[in-house]
Design a protein around this ligand. Structure first.
Ligand SMILES: NC(=O)c1ccc[n+]([C@@H]2O[C@H](COP(=O)([O-])OP(=O)(O)OC[C@H]3O[C@@H](n4cnc5c(N)ncnc54)[C@H](OP(=O)(O)O)[C@@H]3O)[C@@H](O)[C@H]2O)c1
Length: 342
């Protein structure tokens, strides 16, 4: 999964981070711990949760095999800085276990979301028995007696229509294993999930290069007062790659961005770590989409969550003019087959 260009990127980013923290230490040694940022929280649909707009996405720590010491640092420093949403899944290769080990002792400080459906291969994962087993396993791995949210992990509309998996989630809710239930996915399946009226939340892709949900699903979820989680919210930061990345997961986004060619993702702006650089505008765009409550940014780096929090605080809400320009560019360039990416 980790390509050569990806490794190169991580190495240069680590040097950059080390350099910038040295500069920060020389310039203003006293302000680092004093300047605690009060991060914005949003009412999460009709649930009883008020979620921090910046959450934590647990896929990368699992798929990239990040060691436990680093995961401990990533999560504990983010919680110290104000994080209150951690999202993971049963199939994120060790993510649930490392989250459990890192922060189960601080369980009261955050909302814990996971997903089900891929515990067994293919169709075998989409049965009531498999879902029940998966939830029990997640509780064990995450070292907790209750989840705040369990989501069906991107199953197709055909599975949703059968109703068995939704009923299995409802049974888990009734049994007190999870407080809320949701659907995580895109396009027509997400639309169908919303229209069943049986889910408390929707998790869907929404970002500068993936905007189908802004008209197709998020307004409908909003109208039903569902909690809305933005996945892939910073568009996998694909402006970092000068050439096509080897990691197939991000290639479609990389290709889209080349065509969209936003001014804030080229040249100096692509390297600008401030709120008006690529990452800042991308994340502020996602959080400006009406109906979105939390952006679960994935990371492999201990300093990243606090950096993104600071970037959001410095930039404030994206201006309407900039939001409209990004929407207009998408409408001008995006062909009909640029659908929401899983
Ligand atoms: N079907 C589903 O249910 C589904 C599918 C996809 C994702 N998800 C969820 O959504 C979460 C987020 O998705 P994702 O991780 O694919 O996408 P993402 O959050 O858009 O992108 C994560 C990448 O952005 C980089 N990044 C973060 N902040 C940055 C900054 N300020 N500047 C430059 N790079 C930055 C991170 O690199 P560093 O390591 O360098 O910080 C990481 O490689 C996942 O963890 C998962 O929980 C769910």
């Amino acid at each position: 999964m980790c390509s050569l260009s990806r490794r190169d990127f991580l190495a240069s980013a680590a040097v950059a981070a080390a350099t910038s923290s040295l500069v920060a230490a020389q310039d203003k040694p006293a302000t680092t711990s004093a300047a605690k940022i009060e991060i914005e929280k949003r009412q999460f649909g009709a649930t009883d949760m008020k979620v921090t707009v910046l959450g934590f996405g647990g896929a990368e720590i699992g798929y990239q095999g990040i060691d436990q010491v680093t995961v401990d640092k990533i999560l504990n420093s983010a919680l110290d800085a104000g994080l209150n949403v951690i999202d993971t899944a049963e199939c994120y290769a060790g993510s649930e276990e490392s989250i459990g080990r890192a922060v189960s002792s601080r369980r009261k400080e955050f909302y814990l979301f996971t997903k089900v459906g891929h515990m067994e291969e293919g169709a075998a994962g989409w049965t009531a028995a498999s879902i029940e087993k998966s939830i029990n396993r997640s509780l064990e791995r995450l070292k907790t007696d209750r989840l705040d949210l369990v989501q069906l992990h991107s199953c197709g509309r055909d599975i949703l229509e059968k109703g068995e998996c939704i009923a299995a989630l409802e049974a888990a809710k009734k049994a007190g294993k999870t407080r809320y239930i949701g659907y995580s996915g895109d396009g027509d399946s997400a639309l169908y999930a919303i229209e069943t009226g049986r889910f408390d939340t929707l998790q869907t892709s929404v970002n500068i290069v993936d905007q189908q949900s802004i008209e197709l699903t998020i307004p409908k979820a909003k109208a039903r007062n569902m909690g809305v989680i933005a996945k892939r919210p910073i568009a996998n930061a694909v402006w970092r790659y000068d050439t096509q990345p080897e990691n197939g997961y991000v290639v479609e986004y990389w290709k889209r961005l080349r065509k969209l060619d936003y001014d804030f993702t080229r040249g100096e702006a692509a390297r600008d770590a401030g709120p008006d650089g690529a990452a800042g505008v991308a994340l502020r765009f996602t959080l400006a989409v009406p109906g979105v409550h939390v952006a679960i940014v994935g990371t492999t780096k201990p300093e990243r969550w606090a950096q993104n929090e600071e970037m959001l605080a410095k930039g404030g809400p994206l201006s309407q003019a900039r939001f409209d320009a990004i929407r207009a560019r998408w409408k001008e360039i995006a062909p009909a087959d640029w659908v929401g990416q899983i």
